[in-house]
Every structure is written in C-alpha cells, then in structure tokens.
Write a protein that binds this ligand. Structure first.
Ligand code: SAH
Ligand code: SF4
Ligand code: F3S
Length: 481
C-alpha cells in the first residue's frame, strides 16, 4: 500500500461504544473476505511503561472484537502492531530495529498489515522518518486516538493508502473500550492520562498531552468488575496519580474528588485483593495520601516515589519542585505511619552538568533510605525538551561508572534486607509459574519477590510462607498454608 498520506483528519475524537462496535464489525467482514473465513491472527508488542501496557490491553480488546486471535509468531500474523515508547533513545532505537526487520516478514507475506502506535510516533521527527524510510508500515496512530483504532484499521484495509493519524485532542479520554487483559491475577487500572509537570528531561508531556482524569464512577465500576472477575492485585495508573481530579471535574454530581478519596472509595469494595498505585510525584505526595494508604484495608504498604537525584541544584534544573530535605521528610512521615512500608524509586544518573559530587548525593540518599528496589537510568537527551539544550560535558563512559557504583550500593542494601527476612512469615500472592524450574513466583504486598515450591493451581491465591533462603534480592520460601 502506498500513496498520499492521510493525516490529522480533524474528525471528532470521542468515539461512542456503538461507533467502535460498528467499525469492529466492518473490519471483521473485510478480514473474513480477505482470508476466506480463516481466523485472522494478530501479533502485538508493547514497549514502555504500564500506561502503554494498559493501552495495549484495550487495543487487543478491540482486535478481539474484530475477530482476531493472537499469536506470538510475527511470521504467522496477518496484523502486527508495536505500541512504542519515547522516554529514552535506547527504547526508540529498539523499535526502529524491530520495525526494520519486519520488512522481510512483509516481503514473505505482502498482505500483512503493519501498524505503529504509542508515544514515539507522536514525535514529528519519528513520524517523518517512518513516512520516508519505512514504507512497509501501513498504519500509524498516536496516543490520543486509540478509540479510533477500528476505524483507522478499516480505512487502512479499504482505502488503498497508508494512514497516519496523529492528531492531539487534549481533554479527551477513551472510555467504552473493550479490554483483553494480559493476565488473570494482576490488573492495570488507568485513572488519569497525560502529564503537566514538564520535568526538563522528559518527553512524556509532549507525547501524552495534558493531564486529564477519568470519571470516578467509571474507575469504581472498572475496579468492581476486576474484583468480581477474581483479580487479586490492582494497580491504579497515572504519570502523577497525586494530581487525580486536579485539572478536571470527575463526577457529574459535582462532588469534590482527589486521589486519597478515590483510594478510600475503591478500598470499600469487598474482596480479597491488594490495591497499588503508581506513580506518585514527591511534590504532590501529601500526608492525607499517606493516611489513606495506612488506613485502607487493601492498600499495599508499597510506595513508588521517584526522587531522580539527590542534589538540590540538579533537582531544580530538572524542574522537580521538591528538595532532598522535603523528600527525606516525606519518607520519615511515611515510615512513622507505616513502619513496614516498602519504598521504590526512579533515578537518573548523569543529568547535563551533574558533577560526581552531586551524583554522590544521590548515592548518599540511596544508602540513607534503603529502598527495596530501584529503576535506574543514564540520562538520555530527548529532542524538544529543555534539558537537551544544556551542556553535557561528562562522557557516557564516566556516567556508566557512576551507574555501576549506584547498582553496587543498591545490591548490597537489597541483599542485607533479604537476609534480615530469613525465617520470617510472609503473606504472598502466587502470581505465576516459573517455566524453567516449575517453582511459583510469589509477591509480598510490599513488592518483594519470593519463589516457592507448590502446585500450579495456587496461582491467583494468597498463601502464607516462611522465608527459607536469600540469594541477593531473590527470596526462597516454603508454603505453610
Ligand atoms: N511520571 C513518572 C515517571 C515516568 S517516566 C515520575 O515523574 O516519576 C519513568 C522514568 O523514566 C522517570 O522517572 C525517569 O527516571 C526516567 N526518565 C524519564 N526521562 C528520561 C530521560 N530523558 N533520560 C533518562 N531517564 C529518563
Ligand atoms: Fe515526565 Fe516529570 Fe511527567 Fe513524570 S512527572 S512523566 S518525569 S514530566
Ligand atoms: Fe514511554 Fe510513553 Fe510510558 S514515553 S514511559 S510509554 S508514557
């Protein structure tokens, strides 16, 4: 398929459930005619954060409505979709590499439809590169038009030309979408989309648009559905869940909402499940939220609170709007309210202009707080963000040495914590089976992984176990009941 690009058609973005269904049925008939009644197969792959995973679950839900089944083998697929991430250069390079490789798959199967969506394609330079250099990609759609996917796929199948739809419709929220969840134990539940914080290194606000919150009634209904369907671990998602309902009203009855209230309302749903949320921005993490966490019956005592950097000068340059002292105060308050709280964080090493002395302040903070685990990243310049224009004199090899120092420090902390858990009893959720040795993957509500021997039928249930071994940060346990 080639021809004129169709772009930014300006059509309405909010799509009704009926319209979505209508296009799903149209795609179903086109695929039936194309394949002579054989069930079409889709291969979808997701890069990036849980927000993207959650979007993919909705995209897969729509594919199911369109009559597709799913395959792990791109060679067998009639439709391939990559849901992409733009947060670091490395993530984008991987996508380009994998999309490039699809050229051969398409040569072998010329009727294959290849689609790209997600944060990366929302960047103009990326969209232009796909137009010019990846002609085998048939459909490209952005993060704002997910509910139009069935319509866009229909146009791709019937229009005889490539379709690019990258319009930005701020304040739009895609409701009414069918969902095909990846698992049956853990579930992602988006409560808001976009980000307005503009940390100077970060591309997310540019590719995900303005902050907007879902209607509380819709979130509560979805949460109830998840608990009824037997999900045991529910994570509320947003780039900054603490600003839930700050930018737009979220209930038709005019009631005031905020994130702690949402947490308390979901917690009222009866059932045996754990409630988590991510991400919390330290600038908006309040005592009210910590109280709600401590008091809610289902809330895990686990807080993912990215601090990014331990130096106040760098934090200011990052536009994070808190100081090291404020962050440490928050941790102290959280530990007073929940002595067993488990803390995790994100860290960027080598922000432009960061010195080794400033990096040492990150290291000190890590040693002081003793996080359960860390997500650590070497700074990656993102075109269009303010930080990308700053001088960045420290070579990558030097930043890699700092990173190694950080990882060594964290490994020692994790190993010590794991050792201190030896002999303790833990309530864990059995999340899955490790195919390599048939042991069970279990997780404490504080987000620590424990591997136990046991029957696969236990997947999806809570069990008590005793910690019997500690290898670095992997715990081994024996199920007691
Ligand atoms: N909204 C979340 C973070 C989402 S992005 C928050 O504010 O905490 C996930 C993580 O990717 C960030 O916390 C940050 O550590 C990292 N990250 C974002 N942009 C980056 C960049 N340009 N280079 C390296 N790491 C980056
Ligand atoms: Fe990016 Fe900052 Fe928004 Fe997180 S809060 S998504 S780091 S801009
Ligand atoms: Fe990546 Fe987009 Fe998430 S840039 S981290 S997939 S919001």
């Amino acid at each position: 398929m080639s021809g004129i690009l169709q772009e930014n058609s300006g059509e309405e973005i909010g799509v009704s459930a009926e319209k979505i269904q209508e296009y799903c049925q149209l795609v179903r008939s086109v695929m039936e005619a194309r394949l002579g009644g054989k069930t079409p197969l889709a291969f979808t792959h997701t890069y990036g954060c849980q927000g993207n995973v959650s979007d993919s679950e909705r995209i897969n839900g729509m594919l199911k409505e369109m009559g597709f089944d799913f395959t792990d083998d791109p060679e067998k697929a009639d439709f391939i979709l990559f849901n992409t991430c733009a947060v670091r250069e490395h993530a984008e390079d991987r996508v380009f590499g994998n999309v490039g490789a699809l050229k051969h798959v398409k040569n072998r199967n010329p009727s294959l439809i290849i689609a790209l969506c997600g944060c990366m394609v929302q960047r103009e330079t990326v969209a232009n590169k796909i137009r010019a250099s990846y002609p085998h990609v048939n459909l490209v759609f952005g993060t704002h038009v997910i509910s139009r996917f069935p319509e866009l796929l229909y146009k791709t199948l019937t229009g005889g030309k490539r379709v690019f739809e990258l319009s930005q419709a701020d304040n739009s929220i895609c409701e009414n979408l069918p969902v095909r969840r990846d698992g049956s134990v853990k579930a992602w539940l988006p409560i808001m989309y976009g980000c307005d914080n503009y940390c100077t290194y970060c591309i997310v606000p540019y590719v995900r648009g303005r902050e907007r919150s879902r209607d509380a009634a819709n979130i509560l209904a979805e949460a109830r559905g998840l608990v009824e369907a037997g999900y045991k671990d529910i994570t509320l998602l947003g780039q900054n869940v603490n600003s839930y309902a700050v930018k737009n009203s979220v209930s038709s009855d005019g009631a005031e909402w905020n994130f702690p209230k949402l947490l308390r309302e979901i917690d009222k749903i009866e059932g045996d499940y754990v409630l988590r949320f991510m991400t919390s921005h330290p600038k908006d993490c309040t005592e009210e939220l910590l109280d709600a966490m401590a008091e809610c019956r289902h809330a895990a005592h686990h807080l993912h609170l990215p601090f990014q950097c331990g130096s106040n000068r760098v934090l200011k340059a990052m536009n994070r709007k808190y100081t090291r002292e404020k962050y440490l105060d928050l941790i102290k308050t959280a530990r007073e309210k929940m002595p067993d709280i488990s803390l995790t964080s994100d860290i960027i090493v080598g922000f432009p202009g960061e010195t080794y002395e400033e990096f040492r302040q990150t290291l000190d903070l890590v040693r002081e707080v003793k996080f359960t685990s860390l997500f650590t990243f070497i700074y990656s310049p993102r075109e269009g963000t303010p930080a990308a224009k700053l001088d960045d004199p420290v070579p990558h090899s030097e930043k890699a040495r700092w990173m190694k120092e950080l990882l060594d420090a964290q490994e020692a902390i994790a190993a010590e914590r794991c050792k201190s858990m030896m002999g303790t009893r833990q309530r864990v959720l059995v999340e899955g089976v490790d195919q390599r040795d048939n042991s069970l993957f279990c997780r404490t509500s504080t987000n620590i992984t424990v591997k136990c021997q046991g029957a696969p039928e236990l997947v999806g249930s809570f069990v008590e176990c005793e910690i019997t071994s500690a290898r670095n940060w992997i715990l081994g346990g024996k199920i007691i009941k």
